[in-house]
Every structure is written in structure tokens, then in C-alpha cells.
Design a protein around this ligand. Structure first.
Ligand SMILES: [Zn+2]
Ligand SMILES: [Zn+2]
Length: 176
């Protein structure tokens, strides 16, 4: 039986055109005789381990402890990767940003309090996830000024932007 198998393989290599026929013949043989399944084992093993998926699966943390995963998340390469602007590719982690880019918003990973323009000296941290998903800088933090004073600043910010809109509107009118 083993001799037969060897000759079949030899033919395989010699006549490429007959490959599919030979394979079919071999498969029927193996299905019919249990003993031949042993012969097919090495081939199957080679076939199933060839794709990289198994190695990739292991690398994806199946055997990692929580500490190792935490370490990976805190590692510099990972932080650099997520702390990079999707729009302009500047790396916030390195303190870089594009002044005209909405996702950067004029700052890297931190900025002075945007409510009072830094008067309270609180530092706000970039909400990296939201910045990416909205393509607009998002910040986490709180204004350190007393609520009453803070409200004045917030109103001022509001009126600032509406005054701009108003004066733009006036310009439109005056040019007509
Ligand atoms: Zn950017
Ligand atoms: Zn503030």
C-alpha cells in the first residue's frame, strides 16, 4: 500500500495537468480505507498550520495577563499611535499639532481652560476618542473659576461669536 502511495505522488509531480484527477482518486481511497487516514494526517497538519491566523490569534493577547495588556496600552508606541491626528497626521503625543486643523484644535494633548481662556489656570486634556470620531478637538476638564464668574465668561464667549456673526451680517448689508 505504501509503495502505491509513493508512485501516486511521483505521478503527481510529473504530470501537473492530472493533479485534480489524482487528488480526487486519492481522496476516495482514503475515505474507503481507514488505514490511509494516517497517511493523510501529515498533509492536513501542514495545510492547517500554514495560515498565519493561529500565530496572530496568540499574538492578540489570548495568553496575556491583564497586567501585560495594561502595559501594552500604556506603552509609548501604542499611545503614539492613538494620539495622532486622523486629519493631518501630527502626533499629539509628541506635542505636535496643525494650527489650521479642526481635529487638532490648536493644541496637542492638553490646553488651558477653554471657558475662561486659561484665566483659572486649569489644564484640560484632549478627549482623544471624541476628537477622532468628530474630527474636531474635544477636551475634558473643568473651569476653576467660581460659577458666577465662569458664567460671565461663557456669556462673553457666546456674545463674541454672535457679535461676529452680526457684524458679518452688517457687512453683507452694507456692501449691497
Ligand atoms: Zn490635525
Ligand atoms: Zn477656566
Amino acid at each position: 500500500m505504501e509503495g502505491d502511495w509513493v508512485t501516486e505522488r511521483d505521478k503527481d509531480e510529473g504530470f501537473a495537468e492530472l493533479d485534480s484527477q489524482e487528488d480526487e482518486a486519492m481522496e476516495t481511497n482514503m475515505a474507503a480505507e481507514g488505514e490511509d487516514e494516517l497517511l493523510s494526517c501529515p498533509r492536513n497538519t501542514v495545510f492547517y498550520t500554514l495560515p498565519l491566523s493561529e500565530a496572530e490569534y496568540v499574538a492578540q493577547g489570548k495568553d496575556f495577563t491583564k497586567e501585560q495588556v495594561d502595559g501594552l496600552l500604556k506603552s509609548q508606541p501604542y499611545q503614539r499611535k492613538i494620539s495622532t491626528c486622523h486629519l493631518c497626521n501630527q502626533c499629539w503625543y509628541d506635542g505636535k499639532f496643525d494650527a489650521d486643523c479642526p481635529e487638532c484644535g490648536g493644541f496637542a494633548l492638553q490646553r488651558p481652560c477653554p471657558i475662561c481662556n486659561g484665566q483659572c489656570s486649569n489644564i484640560w486634556c484632549r478627549d482623544i476618542k471624541s476628537s477622532h470620531s468628530f474630527h474636531e478637538a474635544h477636551w475634558d476638564g473643568e473651569c476653576g473659576l467660581p460659577p458666577a464668574v465662569r458664567q460671565v465668561f461663557m456669556l462673553q464667549n457666546l456674545t463674541d461669536s454672535s457679535e461676529n456673526a452680526l457684524s458679518e451680517g452688517m457687512q453683507d448689508l452694507s456692501t449691497r
